[in-house]
Design a protein around this ligand. Sequence first.
Ligand code: DGY
Length: 438
Amino acid sequence: SLSIAARAAYILRDNSTGLITKAAPALYPHQWSWDAAFNAIGLAAVDLPRARLELDSLFSGQWRNGLLPHIVFDPAADGYWPGPAQWECATLSEEAPSAPATSGIIDPPVHAIAVDRILAVARAAGGPEAERTEAWAAHLYPKLLAWHRFLARDRADKQTGLITLFHGWESGTDNSPRWDAPYAAVEVGPSLPSYVRKDKAHVANAGQRPTDREYDRYLWLVEEAKRASYDAGLLRQTGSFQVGDVLFTAIFARACDLLAKLAVHLRKANDAAELKDFAAEARAAVFCHVDEASGLAADVDLRTETWLRTETIAGFAPLIAGGMPLELRRRQVDMLLGQRWAGHPSFKYALPPSTSPCSSAYNPACYWRGPVWPVFTWLLTWALSRSSEPGAASALREASLAQLADETFAEYYHPVTGEPLGSLHQSWTAAAALDWLF
Ligand code: DGY
């Protein structure tokens, strides 16, 4: 495992531009929002100044209304599409900064989790780095607060309490079958500009990426967002994809707890109370959407007001949110490790796949439709170890580290063959390994 840690540290160094850590060397040559937060967690283990810089760079792309964009573009990088010329954020929205160029949609809010982890590592280290990290966190705090306020104000759905997404990319689980039904209702307009995908060239087999049909819809939703000047109020009227995401909402709940803790530390009692309210509302929304029969949480198609019950990893949102009744927690942990999930007899390692092998939508080689994502396993272990489930957390950590001994640090893995898939040397996979081994 010394060798895994050393390789992981090299990967984060190789993927660095000096200012940011590219999400992946070729497939994702810019800074992605939730990737950056996970990368900062991994960097904390080896280089606290770089961990801080990672989040500072990301937040340099924050919008005036608090929106933290899902991509902050590196002007020096090329090869990713859609790029700044497609998003046109600064032209279309007065909220967007003129530089750096960014996308106009969001990613799951794991940033306060990262700040909490970086502070813990720095405090344990002590000395001047601990002091610098305290000062840094105090400086970043108002930006985190603005981001959380944006989500509560612009994105919390009044009916369900769930955070609303206007694009599957916002969930971070782009082509997960959880979104199949809402995507099927998206009609691509005739004015979709023609385009050439660049992503397929960077993987061993295009079948590991979303299909062209899916991409048409992804790009059409970008067109819709542009027409609405990336304004959530307008998108609620016009958007043809509007979902309440249980997983995003669960992450928000947990992140609000931690940001409230930081607010208390900074003696901001009013902010702390506000953040605790956000957390309580988000957590309640997650628990209200647990399907009794399956025990899994369900997303909601807000346009048709229907629950989306496909068996995907998002069903374990309550485990991420934490604070659930003991009975539900035990049921979810047993399920997660059981035969419909990590314990499926066909699996090489007992790790939870992105979609259950018992679902008709399961495709073990394709992106979020089946493969195992180490970074998601990390998030589960992080949450489980903080929810009095250390046994489950360490079982998943051991299994994932056994898989990562192949040292490819793949974006995702085939659950049955263990084959590395997607991008190799993915930064957040290396970051997960580093934090586990720290
Ligand atoms: C991609 O390009 O595949 C990303 O997940 C979307 O941001």
